[in-house]
Design a protein around this ligand. Structure first.
Ligand code: BTN
Length: 329
């Protein structure tokens, strides 16, 4: 009941009266009032004005399992597999421990803060409390590890969908695993795979996503310069992190269903979102720095780069860091 009231309030353009909500849900005004009181006790700030009704001013500041579930269908297959932690070193690291046991596909770990958030190539991912969504999901596709080369791309598209669902804004993707807005990094993705040595079969994959939500420019470490941004900086209004986490889980579930059978479609969608294509990029190749134009993304998710002499090379994401000729993009 609270969840249904919350959803109506969140989607309303202005005030909704107790009578309007009651009619929409088939309950009395008193029942609506009680649900509003319970939501307030959970940290939602809901204004009430005589003859106008209720208005949702803000959502709880903390990541909260119940608040996430409020944005998901009640019978979602992954809903009992979601855990919110106050703190983790890294949600990917923690989830890999569960994955080595018998945690099922769709196990999701979310942390309010990470003390050792990890990015690609041994980099760290700064994960302060109250600012971002730090989420990892466990997948157990039954296939050879080689059939999952496009996983990071698929997660990238799913995360663009989730952000668009909640904010209306669609980020771009900087190959391979960064989401960008206004030329700056908004989010990062780290996918990790465990492979059975003899058969080459995938044991499990953990996909971890960190999205900057509420930071202002001064909240980022100075070494990031102006290369990072948050949804709030791009949109100039707060984002409900619990709602975003729910959208991420829903889109990851959908992505998982299409992962093995819908690879071509996922990659075409990735190509459309990928802002690296058509740009001049710099990368390390056979020990030396090379420059070229990013032309395409191949079926395995590798970047096809045309070097100055006209020769093309395939750059696989595990090996290199690609940057723009004149900066981050
Ligand atoms: C990158 O920028 O290279 C990837 C960053 C990935 C960060 C996310 S936050 C949730 C999950 N836990 C981690 O330690 N890393 C990922």
């Amino acid at each position: 009941m609270e969840e249904r009231v919350l959803r109506l309030l969140a989607e309303a353009a202005g005030y909704l009266s107790g009578q309007q909500i009651g009619q929409a849900l088939g309950v009395s005004r008193a029942a609506v009032w009680k649900a509003v009181e319970r939501l307030r006790a959970r940290g939602y700030v809901i204004d009430s004005v005589t003859r106008q009704g209720y208005f949702l001013r803000s959502a709880p500041q903390k990541m909260d399992r119940e608040a996430i579930l409020a944005w998901m269908p009640p019978d979602h297959p992954w809903q009992d597999r979601i855990t919110v932690l106050a703190e983790a070193d890294s949600t990917n690291t923690r989830l890999k421990v569960l994955a080595a046991g018998d945690a099922p596909e769709g196990t999701v770990l979310i942390a309010e803060r990470q003390t050792g958030g990890r990015g690609r190539m041994g980099r760290s991912f700064v994960s302060p409390p109250g600012m971002g969504v730090y989420l990892s999901v466990l997948l157990r596709p039954e296939c050879l590890a080689g059939a999952l080369m496009h996983l990071t791309c698929a997660v990238g598209v799913a995360m663009c969908d989730a952000i668009q669902d909640v904010t209306g804004f669609r980020p771009g993707i900087k190959w391979t695993n960064d989401l960008v807005g206004d030329g700056r990094k908004l989010a990062g993705i780290l996918t990790e795979l465990s492979v059975e040595a003899e058969s080459g079969a995938a044991r499990y994959a953990v996909a971890g996503i960190g999205i900057n939500c509420r930071q202002r420019p001064e909240d980022f470490p100075p070494e990031l310069g102006n290369r990072a941004c948050s949804l709030e900086m791009l949109l100039a209004h707060p984002v409900d992190r619990n709602r975003l986490a729910a959208a991420m889980i829903l889109r990851l579930y959908e992505m998982r269903a299409a992962l093995l059978s819908g690879r071509d479609n996922l990659l075409n969608r990735y190509r459309r979102d990928c802002v690296t294509l058509g740009r001049e990029v710099v990368f390390q190749w056979a020990g030396k720095e090379e420059t070229g134009i990013a032309r395409d993304v191949d079926p395995e998710g590798a970047l096809i780069v045309e070097l100055s002499g006209g020769k093309t090379v395939q750059v696989a994401s595990g090996e290199v860091s690609v940057r723009g000729k004149t900066g981050y993009l």
